[in-house]
Design a protein around this ligand. Structure first.
Ligand code: NAD
Length: 527
């Protein structure tokens, strides 16, 4: 009997469907189909490929409600977030590609140095081939489809392996590919767990785009290194929020509540640590507790906080909270883990922790749950040191009315993106690169670089003058002196164009000298 993945709604416990797993033995066939499809796909003009992406965008808009409901049920997230953080970023990616991909994929003319006079140089952006995309469960649609769309626009075939916890989103991706009429083999969705992901990496795709935990990212990188497969790894985070005394208090409080509790905290770039300058610390915490108390947890269209998608994540959050409480943290809002509600929905009520410090797991490891730990700081220097005291470096936010300070602090934070006066939103701008530092990952995507990431960057140089023999070719006779003169003229304290031209002319003359005719056949050996 074929193995299946049970798609169960984390918010209700309802069995949505049983999705057949892709057997491991099918992996070679999946790769073959992708390679066949890629050949024809890459031969299409970019504009034609973008036409398919446009059709996919329109199909998604037409069925927006169904897709949002599907993703919401698959991940247990509230419907507003399924639209705002899964569907909308995908549509924005389509728009970005439709508007910019053609220009970005055109060969790029680059300067040619004077030394190589008579030549023309350019860069070609050729597809890599088959791109494997392995994605997590927290934004199942966005984190599968955005890289897939970029890779497709660049002329690659794509194999998407969604998380085994959100297989229905994979089904929706297949439906959308069909609705757009994508040719066979261009976008395949395979369903299964980590063993399938590992088998796909071993099957030698031309590029691996991975989003998930740092632990799995390391494993994939090791396997890919063995085979010299290029990768991008988008991994975990522990993002700090720095609130200075002059920040607008109400806005910073609401920003912290949304940034930390959005998607129940299951966001790689969510606010995982809040640092507040001591003089406003008490007022900030008091107000934050009030605001958190106004939130509604549930699963209907008006709910603010949804369910926990992964059972394993609930255990991690519980362990972090218990560790913090055992080390002296104070639960300022929300129930003790012993009093968390039990099924059928998998919910953790929002929690606010104070009296936390960096000895606690909640301030050092990725919690990925609806918990806001808040800690005071005294000086700007302390704030930067606390923010950077972390193995992760995904994103951060800085809150102050002092623009100069905001920019100064932002420059010192060790992370891939910083938002000033808000949190998270930079990920929505496809003109900005997205990715992490330290244990948060390798590489960037989104934006021009994010499209060319899915290309083999190929250098081309063309000789355009009808020279019969180049100055750097054999024979070398008579070239040493002029070459040294050329080096001095071109690379000394200042360029001397006259001397450069003179040396070049003498090199040219030496290279035009008739080739000596050997007296006997064979190489001329040292005498
Ligand atoms: P995970 O690492 O457990 O799984 C991610 C994907 O990898 C899944 O599809 C899984 O089946 C697959 N996988 C597991 N083992 C594998 C292996 N050995 N080889 C190949 N594939 C394998 O992560 P998760 O629990 O699904 O997601 C949560 C994590 O993702 C968090 O750490 C979060 O921070 C991170 N994340 C990062 C970003 C980002 O952009 N940086 C975005 C979202 C989530």
């Amino acid at each position: 009997m074929a193995q299946v993945l049970q798609a169960v709604c984390p918010a209700t416990g309802r069995l949505i469907s049983e999705v057949p797993c892709t057997p491991l033995e099918r992996v070679p066939q999946v790769m073959q189909v992708a390679r066949r499809g890629q050949g024809e796909w890459s031969a299409l003009p970019v504009a034609t490929r973008l036409g398919y992406i446009r059709r996919m965008r329109l199909a998604m808009v037409e069925r927006a409600d169904e897709i949002a409901s599907g993703v919401s049920e698959d991940a247990g997230k509230v419907p507003v977030e399924a639209v705002a953080s899964d569907l909308l970023p995908v549509l924005e990616a389509c728009r970005f590609l439709e508007e910019h991909a053609e220009k970005l994929l055109r060969p790029t003319r680059v300067p040619t140095p004077l030394l190589l006079v008579g030549r023309k140089s350019w860069v070609e952006w050729r597809p890599r081939g088959v791109v494997l995309i392995i994605s997590p469960w927290n934004f199942p649609l966005q984190l599968s489809l955005v890289p897939a769309l970029y890779a497709l626009a660049a002329g690659n075939a794509v194999v998407v392996k969604p998380s085994e916890l959100t297989p229905m989103t994979g089904v929706w991706i297949e439906r959308m590919a069909q609705a757009a009429g994508l040719p066979e083999g261009v976008l395949q969705v395979v369903q299964g767990a980590g063993d399938l992901g590992a088998a796909l990496v071993r099957a030698r795709p031309d590029f691996v785009f991975f989003t998930g935990s740092t632990r799995t990212g390391r494993r994939i990188q090791m396997e890919a290194a063995e085979q010299l497969i290029p990768t991008v790894l988008e991994l975990g985070g522990k993002d700090p929020m720095l609130v200075f005394a002059d920040a607008p208090l109400e806005r910073a409080v609401e920003g912290a509540v949304w940034g930390g509790l959005f998607n129940s905290g299951q966001v790689c770039v969510s606010v995982e640590r809040v640092y507040v300058q001591r003089s406003i610390y008490d007022a900030f915490v008091d107000r934050l507790v009030q605001v958190v108390g106004t939130l509604r947890q549930g699963y209907d269209a008006d709910a603010d906080l949804g369910a926990m998608t992964s059972p394993a994540q609930v255990d991690i959050v519980r362990d972090h909270v218990l560790d913090a409480l055992a080390r002296g943290a104070r639960l300022r809002y929300g129930p003790h883990p012993d009093a968390w509600p039990s099924g059928p929905g998998r919910f953790i009520p929002p929690l606010v922790l104070t009296d936390v410090d960096h000895s606690m797991r909640i301030m050092r490891e990725e919690t990925f749950g609806p918990v806001l730990p808040i800690m005071p700081f005294d000086t700007e220097e302390d704030a930067v040191a606390l923010a950077n005291d972390c193995v992760y470096g995904l994103a951060a936010s800085v809150w102050t009315r002092d623009k100069a300070r905001a920019e100064r602090v932002a420059r010192r934070l060790e992370c891939g993106s910083v938002v000033i006066g808000d949190a998270i939103v930079s990920i929505l701008n496809h003109h900005l690169p997205y990715g992490g530092e330290k244990d948060s990952g390798l590489g960037r995507y989104h934006g021009p670089g994010g499209l060319r990431l899915f290309c083999r960057e190929t250098a081309v140089m063309e000789q355009r003058l009808p020279a019969t023999r180049e100055v750097h070719w054999f024979p070398y006779q008579g070239k040493y002196g002029p070459l040294l003169d050329l080096v001095r003229a071109a690379y000394g304290p200042r360029r001397r164009w006259g001397a450069f031209a003179g040396a070049y002319f003498r090199l040219l003359r030496a290279s035009r000298a008739p080739q000596p005719t050997p007296k006997e056949p064979g190489p001329r050996l040292p005498t």
